[in-house]
Design a protein around this ligand. Structure first.
Ligand code: SF4
Length: 412
């Protein structure tokens, strides 16, 4: 179950700084599946077919399951299904109860505790859904949900009400109706395919959907939101990347939360997407005892850049029912942002957002850098805490106004 390769195994010197260890690339290894052929292991359909989905499988592969995890696993399939690909399972440290990978995919009994302020649809998506599977929350863009299935299931999933169908939501996207709505609304210039995970669809289905969307003249921009490069990098085949090339501009937003998720396999899969000309962004969810630590978060964001991925958002964990044990505080999120801006490459600094409960949309949250402001000046502080004044320009008029006679001459 240990990683196949590490800097230790390869004879490289140990890292002097712990962050260097976090930023090293490791393979997931084969673990329990050591006798599986390369062809099977690298086949995404084999990985899906051999997912861990039952309590019995989990106990077999994971004898160090805690009582809280065992109870959670027994109840999971009534709320959000248990599902972990063999590849991703190998990233779990079975000896560490607080392993950041383990906390994301192994159910816990705390998922059955719902606080008063928690909701089944915390972003109010169902309220903004004119057609099944389409969320039209913002003026010029839509969320196009194409499936309720994922390669593995994240225990804090915002869409756990519908994803995996464990709660009986019975989600059936109607592509014809979704596409007809987009075609009938010329204000929609941006379509984000999500789910569930769109990359679980076959190449043929994806190509069909992307072609139909590309044929709508006012759709300028296509995006896919996916966690597949993290859970199932084998799915990012050369054929898939070649197909995607027909649909530029097509962006892909991945979802990675911890540097250990960025393995050699994931890095190679992301390189295939980047080589196909696809701009890559990442969305991270701030999670307690997973990435609510400045050094872990910084190493993760820097490692994303090494994988050619621009960190896009850090999300405050939504108020999803049963997620309190995974939710870090906003205070911690702001503290992390404070220690990123100015302290590392600007490209590595994402926007920290709270999706306003009930459907208010994304609200950026940031440390305060503007200390005061009036008609004449702005007082700001930098990342070191030093204070500066900046003279304010007068709104509506240029700083250097041309003399009247020149203006008149130009009008002739
Ligand atoms: S991959 Fe995305 S949609 Fe699927 S369970 Fe995880 S967060 Fe939810």
């Amino acid at each position: 179950m240990k990683a196949e390769k590490s800097s230790k195994d390869s004879g490289e010197p140990p890292s002097a700084h712990p962050a260097q260890g976090l930023k090293s690339f490791f393979s997931s290894g084969r673990g329990f599946w050591h006798d599986v052929s390369d062809a099977d292991w690298n086949d995404w359909r084999w990985q899906l077919k051999h997912r861990i989905t039952t309590v019995e499988q989990l106990q077999k592969f994971f004898p160090t399951l805690t009582p809280e995890e065992l109870a959670g696993a027994k109840l999971a399939n009534h709320k959000l299904a248990l599902g972990i690909t063999p590849y991703f399972f190998n990233l779990i440290d079975p000896m560490d109860e607080n392993c950041p990978i383990r906390r994301q995919v192994i159910p816990r009994v705390e998922e059955t505790h719902t606080a008063n302020w928690e909701m089944s649809d915390p972003c109010g998506e169902d309220l903004h859904s004119p057609v099944t599977g389409l969320v039209h929350r913002y003026p010029d863009r839509v969320l196009f949900l194409v499936t309720d299935r994922c390669a593995s299931y994240c225990r804090y999933c915002t869409r756990s009400r519908l994803v995996s169908n464990a709660s009986g939501y019975d989600f059936h996207p109607e592509y014809d109706k979704q596409i007809a709505y987009i075609a009938a609304h010329p204000e929609i210039r941006d379509v984000l395919l999500s789910g569930g995970d769109p990359l679980l669809l076959s190449d043929e289905k994806l190509e069909n959907l992307l072609s139909r969307l590309r044929a709508i003249p006012h759709v300028e921009f296509l995006r896919i939101g996916t966690r597949i490069p993290i859970f199932l990098p084998q799915r990012i085949t050369p054929e898939l990347c070649a197909m995607f090339k027909q649909f530029h501009p097509l962006f892909v937003s991945i979802h990675s939360n911890h540097p250990r998720e960025l393995t050699t396999e994931t890095c190679e899969a992301l390189a295939r997407l980047a080589d196909a000309g696809i701009p890559l962004g990442n969305q991270t969810v701030l999670l307690k005892s997973v990435n609510d630590d400045v050094e872990v978060m910084k190493a993760h964001l820097q490692k994303l850049l090494m994988c050619r991925v621009k960190p896009y958002y850090i999300y405050q964990c939504d108020l999803i029912a049963g997620s309190a044990h995974l939710r870090a505080s906003v205070r911690k999120g702001i503290e992390i942002m404070e220690k990123l801006r100015g302290h590392t490459t600007g490209y590595a600094v994402p926007t920290y957002v709270i999706d306003a409960p009930g459907g208010g949309g994304k609200v950026p949250v940031s440390p305060e850098y503007v200390l005061s402001r009036n008609a004449d000046r702005v007082v700001i502080r930098n990342f070191e805490g030093k204070i500066f004044e900046y003279p304010e320009a007068t709104d509506g008029t240029p700083l250097f106004k041309a003399p009247k006679e020149i203006e008149a001459a130009e009008l002739v």
